[in-house]
Design a protein. Structure first.
Ligand code: PHE
Length: 344
């Protein structure tokens, strides 16, 4: 029996010497030490041994088991080390490789201007409203004192969808929608940014689609001086403390009186240059006191309430502020153009 154990040990150690894979090692462990393994098989013979022999053989058996187990453990440790090394090799990181830059997006210059204007007016207690770009003739014209055959409709050449539905030509219909929603309540103090559409031939300064920001204030005793003061405050924040405004008489069917508002030329600070055509002034918006007819139609008694409104072109302001010479740059999505505003 002792010889069988020795032979078993030798065979096991020889086999273990040659194992190359984890799988082979597992197989050998089962073959020699497993429940149905060779060592167990030898131990069956114990039953036939005498009482004196048994402890001796028992001891040898334990030694044999221990010897085989030790080698298996060593091999196991070796395989673990090799596996770690292999993974370190295959998963090495080249810390000298240049990193992949994460390109941060940036606001479109028009959206930057809109946010800036919004911030300034929110600071003066206004809220921001929006309205649909596909609009009804009713809100875009009729309710703004522009009946069907009014000659002033020609001021804004319109894209019609049907006879009653059109692409809004200005953000002024949002004035009407807001007043109707307020149901005669005051104060109304809103601005409204959004896209508008006109049948224009596109060139460096015209686009069939552009962006406006509308403003509307309705309350008791709102006067023209409130309009003037509000706009002066706005341009000072937008273009700098030195900026002045100039109001020129104008006409819009929905305001009376109406005024075009000029600001000190941002390029030459009023001295006269090519951009302002030597006048020192730049036109940036149309404005006026809300027409009594418009107030009345929208449910505000013109005897009791008054208001002012204005509408500015966002592209024009962006072009002046950033020195952009062609309106089409805003819409072509050229990254070389857009990236210039990422850090402004
Ligand atoms: N809606 C006018 C335009 O687009 C601008 C404007 C708005 C004028 C509000 C007066 C009051 O030309």
């Amino acid at each position: 029996m002792r010889e069988r154990l020795e032979a078993l040990q030798q065979a096991a150690l020889a086999d273990l010497q040659n194992v190359e894979t984890q799988q082979q090692l597992n197989d050998l462990r089962i073959q020699y030490l497993g429940k149905k393994g060779e060592l167990t098989e030898v131990l069956r013979g114990m039953a036939q041994l005498s009482a004196e022999e048994r402890p001796l053989v028992g001891q040898v058996t334990n030694e044999t088991r221990k010897a085989i187990e030790d080698v298996i453990e060593q091999k196991q440790a070796l395989f673990a080390r090799l596996e770690t090394e292999r993974r370190l090799q295959s998963e090495t990181i080249d810390v000298t490789l240049p990193g992949r830059a994460v390109r941060a997006g940036a606001l479109h210059p028009l959206n930057k201007i809109i946010e800036e204007v919004e911030d300034i007016f929110i600071g003066m207690g206004y809220t921001v409203e929006e309205g649909p770009e596909v609009e009804q003739d009713h809100y875009n014209f009729e309710m703004l004192n522009l009946p069907k055959d009014h000659p002033a409709r020609d001021m804004q050449d319109t894209f019609y969808v049907t006879e009653e539905i059109l692409l809004r030509t200005h953000t002024s219909p949002v004035q009407v929608r807001t007043m109707l929603a307020k149901k005669g309540e005051v104060p109304v103090k809103i601005i409204c940014p959004g896209r508008v559409y006109r049948r224009d031939d596109d060139d460096a300064t015209h686009s069939h689609m552009f962006t406006q920001i509308e403003g509307l204030v309705i309350d008791k005793k709102v006067r023209m001086s409130d309009l003037k003061g509000t706009l002066l405050q706005f341009v000072k924040q937008m273009f700098g403390e030195q900026t002045q405004i100039r109001l020129r008489p104008s006409f819009f069917p929905f305001t009376e009186p109406s005024a075009e508002v000029d600001v000190t030329c941002v390029m030459c600070k009023g001295h006269g240059c090519r951009v302002c055509k030597q006048t020192g002034w730049l036109e940036i918006l149309g404005s006026g006191m809300v027409h009594p007819r418009v107030l009345e139609m929208a449910g505000y008694d013109p005897q009791e309430y008054s208001g002012f409104a204005f509408g500015m072109g966002v592209e024009r302001i962006a072009m002046l502020k950033y020195g952009i010479d062609d309106i089409r740059h805003f819409y072509t999505g050229d990254l070389r153009f857009l990236r210039q505003f990422a850090r402004l």
